[in-house]
Design a protein around this ligand. Structure first.
Ligand code: AMP
Length: 398
């Protein structure tokens, strides 16, 4: 194995995902996931050479999990000592305003990521643990942190500023940060390539619709607005998140409903969205229910598409006209022709049209699905956040 490789690590609160990637040709050589860290029984799945190896055992903490992963590499391959690993790239959800680009990991950087925990209490604690353990286990290669927020650091103040008292916003670092940035960056690059235009000459709207969902407006290749805010809760209706909601709902539930702030936090993040509306957060299940004539599921889908439509409409305003591309990505965006047809059908008044046959094609390749006479090219571009992280990491260490 002579190609340079990067080990990409995405450490969550109770999971660690990893991929060994060759950034130059885009191959994922091996990958895996450690799940249920700290629970009675954890699971590790390691994939290499077309096989998946699973072990169930109690995994005490992130260190234990990552050491097990190294054992699986030794046992089932590939041999990491021969894999030419030139760096470890870490996905970090929240980089605040501190990290506008990938950064070499030092003790000080780990401390800064720890200090950002109040802005990302669900994500940054796991990242810090992952960083500490990985630096011990891979002491001889540089570690690089790649942030979900960096791509959106180009947003102008009018997009990222909330209309709060200025001093309060400053004191508590409250602003729009945006998330899913590596996905929006990867997809907008490929979308420009797919239509054969330099990225810097494209205006784009990217719809990342998975269990989490976000929209971005991209002007001349740079992010100018996005739907997620201080946290990933704002914006679109998601699997279990409300997305946009009148903040007064919080006061009302607190005062009249007797809910605590933590209960409302859990309700808005984990029990709302599609799940709250119809009992299911997985899109395939929602669509299955609609086929059975379930009214709640139909309303859930309509609320979801209506919110998406409002963002696309407002971002055409932000961009000052029709974009070059509207691109669908992530689990739902890549796989669900029905949602794509529903949304684009509602944009017919702007001359935006799908080619119904192209929309039905299933493929892992980036592709145009709009009709030849559509005023905007509509695309499906499969996202690959790990590959983007590996590329940014390699770029950095070069
Ligand atoms: P992600 O978070 O990007 O992995 O996306 C997860 C979401 O994508 C879930 O709601 C899935 O139901 C949905 N999804 C994945 N595959 C399909 C598919 N083939 N058809 C419809 N939805 C899908």
């Amino acid at each position: 194995m002579s190609n340079q490789t990067v080990l990409v690590i995405n450490a969550g609160s109770s999971t660690v995902k990893y991929q060994l990637i060759s950034p130059t040709d885009g191959t994922a050589i091996a990958s895996g996931i450690v799940e249920k860290i700290g629970e009675d029984l954890g699971i590790i799945e390691h994939k290499f050479g077309g096989h998946a190896y699973t072990e169930t055992l109690k995994i005490d903490d992130h260190g234990h999990g990552l050491r097990k992963v190294l054992e699986l590499f030794e046992q089932y391959g590939p041999n990491l000592a021969e894999a030419n690993v030139v760096a470890v790239g870490h996905r970090i959800v929240q980089g605040g305003s501190v990290f506008p680009k990938p950064t070499l990991v030092t003790d000080e950087v780990v401390e800064q990521i720890r200090e950002l925990i109040p802005l990302a209490p669900l994500h940054n604690p796991g990242h810090v643990k992952g960083l500490e353990v990985a630096r011990e286990l891979f002491p001889d290669v540089p570690h690089v942190v790649v942030f979900d927020t960096s791509f959106f650091q180009t947003m102008p103040a009018e997009s990222y500023t909330y209309a709060l008292p200025k001093a309060v916003a400053e004191k508590f670092s409250i602003r729009r940060y945006g998330f899913h940035g590596t996905s929006h960056q990867f997809v907008s690059n490929l979308a420009a390539q797919t239509i054969g235009k330099p990225l810097e000459e494209t205006d784009q709207i990217v719809l990342h619709i998975g269990s989490g969902a976000s929209v971005s407006a991209i002007k001349n290749g740079k992010a100018v607005d996005t739907s997620m805010g201080l946290t990933p809760l704002e914006g679109l209706v998601m699997g279990t998140r409300t997305g946009d909601i009148d903040p007064a709902v919080v006061f009302h539930l607190y005062r009249e409903g007797g809910y605590s702030i933590d209960e409302i936090d859990t309700m808005f993040n984990k029990q709302s969205g599609l799940k709250g509306l119809c009992g299911h957060n997985d899109f395939r299940e929602v669509l299955g229910l609609i086929e059975e004539g379930n009214e709640d599921a139909k309303v859930a889908l309509d609320v979801f598409v209506h919110r998406l439509l409002k963002y696309v409409g407002s971002y055409m305003g932000v961009l000052g006209g029709l974009p070059d591309t509207i691109t669908f990505t992530a689990g739902v965006g890549e796989n669900n022709a029905m949602v794509r047809a529903d949304l684009i059908g509602r944009l017919a008044g702007f001359g935006i049209k799908l080619d119904p046959e192209l929309n039905e094609v299933r493929s892992k390749e980036p592709r145009i699905i709009s009709a030849p006479d559509s005023t905007v090219k509509v695309l499906v571009v499969p996202t690959n956040e790990e590959l983007e992280i590996s590329r940014q990491t390699l770029e950095f260490v070069k």
